[in-house]
Design a protein around this ligand. Structure first.
Ligand code: DP6
Length: 323
């Protein structure tokens, strides 16, 4: 039997309204609604080849063979695609990120989105974006959002993400201040389970998150960057406050993280629109307008402990790559 292969491309995304917590752990359904911006500058290209000559699935990322949890998560996604398509062969997966994997920037969203598209196509299922979003979500919920370009929502307990606004509707810039990592932080999957089990503030988070999400949606609809930015900061801070109160505490911030938040506050005091958000790592992402991006990036780059500042416009839908 001939090997069947496909290659797909997907962008990373940053949540403006955060997903943290699961409505169903087994099915990996999110406990709160989230809304993200797809990032043009950060992407993953993944090739999947089902081959009767293989005795197990294999995975390389940027040319390095992966085993353990990384391989297991990819293999679980492939298992679901095999079940749906009746494909029986194992697969060879080769994935490339265009951004430094070692920097600790989350590559799972673009990675699982590209893998979902490529695996579905290679198995003969085809690349329906909605179905690919569902396949990606079962592996990692934030990856469901990377299937679409522009501004994307993943409603509470939803199987699939949906586009909320086209990129051109509100062209903003996201800057990513990459902070030197002292050690590999606890994974978001594990951290959100610990939060749900032990944080006294988890129920308050579940109660407030849908409201913040609605504020963010409304601000985007009104193209109101100030309202959007303030609600986005509240979403990130509330998520981090909730996990910090876990036992053991989950603290992703490092010294440069706080210094960056102060730098953003100073920029705002001087009249420049700049708003921060942070995920499961010490890096700070700053939302601004394209015309102020350079000024903001140079301020962020001056903060001690910042290795580099990446700049991104809004990205497009995930897609197949034809060779
Ligand atoms: C802080 O999507 O990595 O980035 O579904 O367990 O794989 P799993 O979690 P993951 O969590 C992302 C958390 C976040 C916020 C967000 O992207 O919404």
């Amino acid at each position: 039997m001939k090997a069947s292969s496909a290659t797909a491309f997907a962008h990373a995304n940053i949540a403006l309204a955060k997903y943290w917590g699961k409505a169903d752990v087994e099915a990996n359904l999110p406990a709160v609604p989230s809304l993200s911006m797809t990032l043009e500058a950060l992407s993953t290209t993944t090739r999947v080849e089902f081959d009767a000559g293989l005795t197990e699935d294999s995975l390389t990322i940027n040319g390095v063979v992966r085993s353990g949890e990384e391989l297991r998560r990819a293999a679980r996604l492939l298992d679901r695609v095999r079940l749906e398509s009746q494909e029986t062969r194992f697969a060879r997966v080769e994935s490339h990120n265009n951004f430094p994997t070692a920097s600790g920037l989350a590559s799972s969203a673009s990675g699982f989105a590209a893998l979902a598209l490529a695996a579905r196509q290679a198995s003969g299922l085809g690349v329906d974006l909605g179905a690919s979003s569902q396949t990606a979500r079962a592996a990692s919920a934030s990856a469901a959002r990377s299937v679409y370009g522009g501004y994307v929502v993943l409603p509470r307990a939803a199987e699939r993400a949906e586009r909320y606004l086209e990129a051109a509707a509100f062209p903003l810039t996201m800057l990513i201040a990459v902070v030197t990592q002292a050690q590999k932080p606890i994974s978001s999957t594990r951290a959100m389970l610990v939060t749900a089990e032990t944080s006294p503030y988890y129920s308050a988070w579940l109660e407030m998150a849908p409201h913040t999400y609605e504020c963010i949606k409304a601000a985007l609809g009104a193209r109101d960057l100030d309202a959007l930015g303030r609600a986005m900061e509240q979403s990130a801070l509330a998520m981090h406050a909730t996990m910090m109160a876990s036992v053991p505490a989950i603290l992703y911030f490092q010294e440069p993280t706080l210094a960056l938040l102060r730098a953003v506050a100073r920029l705002r005091e001087s009249g420049i629109p700049a708003y921060y958000t942070m995920d499961a790592g010490p890096h700070v992402k700053v939302l601004t307008r394209p015309e102020t991006a350079q000024r903001v990036a140079s301020e962020l780059g001056r903060v001690p402990g910042v290795e580099q500042v990446l700049s991104s416009a809004l990205g497009s839908d995930a897609r197949l790559v034809t060779s």
